[in-house]
Design a protein around this ligand. Structure first.
Ligand SMILES: Cc1cc2nc3c(=O)[nH]c(=O)nc-3n(C[C@H](O)[C@H](O)[C@H](O)COP(=O)(O)OP(=O)(O)OC[C@H]3O[C@@H](n4cnc5c(N)ncnc54)[C@H](O)[C@@H]3O)c2cc1C
Ligand SMILES: *[C@@H]1O[C@H](CO)[C@@H](O)[C@H](O)[C@H]1NC(C)=O
Ligand SMILES: *[C@@H]1O[C@H](CO)[C@@H](O)[C@H](O)[C@H]1NC(C)=O
Ligand SMILES: *[C@@H]1O[C@H](CO)[C@@H](O)[C@H](O)[C@H]1NC(C)=O
Ligand SMILES: *[C@@H]1O[C@H](CO)[C@@H](O)[C@H](O)[C@H]1NC(C)=O
Length: 627
């Protein structure tokens, strides 16, 4: 049997590679290594049962399991060591056992004081975690069961980390993993970088497919996108490519692409699948609007192209309908744009000294009057209001003026700055002109800290109409100010990724984005030693009181699923809007056996992670919600 499985992998490498090369010259090398139904014919029946593709006649043994839960470690139905061994051999040794990185801080075989000290010093740097197959950068949703510590006698457990990971470097491995999960009933998760705010890259007792090493980058100087009249420069990118990598490559070609501000975000993974906002969104729309084609392994284990001319409904859904729902994407072809000059400006002011509480808030209120004209002029801004013991800091970091000179940028800021000066608010902005997007991005956006341990975040996409009507704008302002007065941090963006800016695409991006001129985030902190009850009380107050005030002044608007509150009420409406019924219909058709799940993803209302402490985390078994 061992021999046969080694054969299986070899077949997947050699036969399919040559057979498919001529049919699909556009594949990356890693996409030519595929598993075909014929490969499985050579296996004995045990192995076939583990790796078979989905077929209509196949019995769906899983939903008939008495507990209506995914198979969990310790269950009789949990795959045997031999089965996991087969998966490892079939994938050419790509199966990795999940080991919490901070294990070296805890007594046990992995204890290593100097490694612990090292990882503790690097822990909040997202670059430190790049090559970790299981780390979740929002560790609250892992369950905080193995954080760096100076108390080695505490315990480190797996919590919401997956048990096994396929370190995918070709398509066949992803197909084998999906088939294995579907055929055994083990929970499947997909991890790219782990940046998701709600911990959607993790899951206790799961098999994870890790897309980080799918790093292909291919420049296509003149791409003629089938099914559209669009032609131009494009990149085909593996789903593991991160913002800092593709921005550099694009710059080398005199180009830029629509990606996020964060350096390490997986812009061809969860980011683009969930919509993706960008410093360029007020001129080019959402990241999902740039997509011309995708390669994807679907829940039945098959590898397909989704584009304007193939699997069109899947293609529609993958552009904004969220990750870990319709399959594993292996590469994405996107538009590239000629780079442009960019001016950025960074500044801050705080209450205290000459700046009173009232003048501070009058200064912020004055800014809101510019949200429509600024975003209509292509401007994007990223700003914070940081409360601290009754004092407030406004931090602009930065405001971005794509395709604007220093003079143009200064002229656009001047009316607001004059109002600020009249209020006694003086400061020295750092305003700088760059002759290309890459340098502006690299210099103007600081690297953000990750791994915050006692925080939850929520978002609201405030529509243009809130800024058109003075009374409504005053109410919007009051709602935001009340959150700050309550001590919550505001992180917000002024941008307008309208349909027109995005080239009038027909895709699944949350319609609330098209009307938005402000994407505002708020977050709640709780004490490090808070009890479960205290955490839930803080989160309830945040979600149902503070964020509800924001919802009340923007009825029918939405929230961003990529920077989401895991407890968002009516998440279907908030994250997907009027697209939800269409997305759910596709989900039922393409994933009838519920291979894919993520918190707040399409179809997730039928499932829940049952945690021992009752907190909304990945630290528990995934079960069907009882009817
Ligand atoms: C520091 C920081 C900065 C950020 N900046 C921005 C920003 O400027 N603009 C913005 O829009 N967002 C931003 N985000 C949010 C970010 O877009 C989301 O967290 C997004 O989900 C990250 O995708 P990922 O693939 O990197 O992360 P992951 O957490 O690995 O994945 C996110 C989700 O997508 C799924 N997924 C990942 N890859 C695939 C794949 N290949 N196929 C199928 N499903 C997949 C995962 O299962 C998971 O459900 C930022 C987040 C952080 C932490
Ligand atoms: C660990 O050791 C410290 C110091 O020796 C002690 O105070 C603490 O109670 C111990 N914690 C546990 C969980 O045993
Ligand atoms: C994943 O695979 C890559 C490429 O083979 C390898 O360099 C890396 O060390 C692997 N990572 C883990 C955690 O196994
Ligand atoms: C405060 O205001 C006074 C009077 O207008 C002015 O002289 C002083 O420079 C201001 N201080 C600061 C820190 O701006
Ligand atoms: C940049 O501005 C110039 C003139 O100001 C204009 O011709 C050009 O179309 C603009 N480019 C983009 C990408 O907006």
């Amino acid at each position: 049997m061992g021999l046969m499985l080694r054969d299986l992998f070899l077949i997947a490498t050699s036969f399919t590679a040559t057979a498919l090369a001529s049919r699909a010259p556009d594949y990356f090398d890693f996409e030519t290594v595929q598993l075909l139904p014929a490969d499985l014919k050579r296996l004995d029946s045990d192995a076939t049962a583990l790796f078979a593709f989905d077929s209509k006649t196949q019995q769906d043994h899983f939903p008939r399991s008495p507990s209506h839960c995914k198979v969990f470690p310790g269950d009789r139905a949990w795959p045997s060591k031999a089965d996991w061994g087969l998966l490892n051999r079939a994938t050419g040794g790509a199966l990795v056992k999940g080991v919490p990185r901070a294990s070296s801080c805890y007594n046990g075989p992995l204890y290593d004081a100097s490694d612990c000290e090292y990882l503790t010093s690097r822990w909040t740097d997202s670059y430190f975690h790049l090559d970790d197959p299981i780390e979740m950068l929002s560790p609250v949703y892992q369950g905080l069961t193995c954080q760096p510590t100076t108390q080695p006698n505490e315990t480190c457990t797996m919590g919401g980390y997956p048990d096994y990971v396929i370190n995918a470097t070709n398509v066949a491995q992803i197909q084998l993993g999906i088939n294995f999960a579907r055929n055994t009933g083990v929970r499947l998760v997909v991890k790219n970088t782990g940046h998701d705010f709600s911990g959607k890259s993790g899951g206790a007792g799961a098999l994870s497919i890790w897309t980080h090493n799918l790093k292909g980058v291919k420049y296509i100087e003149n791409y003629d996108a089938p099914g559209t009249d669009w032609t131009g420069a494009a990149f085909k990118l593996g789903s593991g490519v991160q913002a800092y990598e593709i921005y550099q490559v694009a710059q080398d070609h005199g180009l830029m692409v629509v990606g996020g501000e964060g350096q390490t975000v997986g812009v061809m993974g969860g980011y683009v699948l969930g919509g993706g906002h960008s410093p360029l969104s007020s001129i080019h729309g959402m990241a999902a609007d740039q997509v011309l084609s995708m390669e994807v392994v679907t829940p039945d284990g098959r590898f397909v192209t989704a584009s304007f001319v193939e699997n069109e409904e899947l293609f529609w859904a993958l552009r904004g309908g969220g990750g870990s729902t319709f399959g594993v994407v292996t590469s994405v072809t996107i538009k590239a744009h000629p780079t442009i000059p960019v001016t950025t400006s960074t500044f801050s002011f705080s209450t205290g000294g000459n700046i009173t509480y009232d003048s501070f808030w009058a200064g912020f209120r004055a800014y809101l009057d510019y949200f429509i004209p600024h975003s209509d002029a292509g401007i994007y801004s990223y700003f914070f209001i940081l409360p601290s013991n009754g004092q407030f800091t406004f931090l602009m970091q930065p405001v971005v003026f794509p395709n604007k000179t220093l003079e143009e940028a200064n002229a656009l800021l001047a009316p607001w700055f004059e109002q600020l000066n009249d209020l006694g608010i003086t400061f020295t902005p750092e305003t700088k002109y760059f002759d290309n997007f890459y340098d502006a991005w690299l210099e103007s956006f600081p690297l953000e800290a990750v791994e915050k341990t006692h925080v939850a975040t929520g978002s609201r996409l405030f529509p243009r109409e809130n800024f058109q009507d003075k009374a409504l704008l005053d109410q919007t302002f009051d709602a935001i100010k009340e959150s700050s007065d309550a001590g919550l941090i505001l992180i917000a963006f002024n941008m307008a990724p309208t349909l027109e800016r995005g080239g009038n695409p027909d895709n699944a991006v949350n319609p609330a984005w098209r009307k938005a001129v402000m994407h505002a985030l708020s977050s709640v902190n709780w004490a490090e030693d808070a009890t479960t009850d205290e955490i839930m009380a803080a989160r309830h107050e945040f979600t149902y009181k503070h964020m509800q005030r924001w919802r009340d002044v923007s009825p029918g608007a939405g929230a961003y699923l990529g920077e989401s509150d895991r407890m968002e009420p009516d998440f279907q409406q908030a994250f997907y809007g009027s697209n939800y019924p269409r997305l759910l219909a596709l989900k039922k058709r393409i994933d009838p056996r519920n291979v894919f799940y993520a918190a707040t993803a399409v179809g997730s209302e039928h499932w829940t992670v049952v945690t021992e402490d009752g907190l909304p985390t990945e630290n528990g078994r995934l079960c069907r919600v009882p009817h």
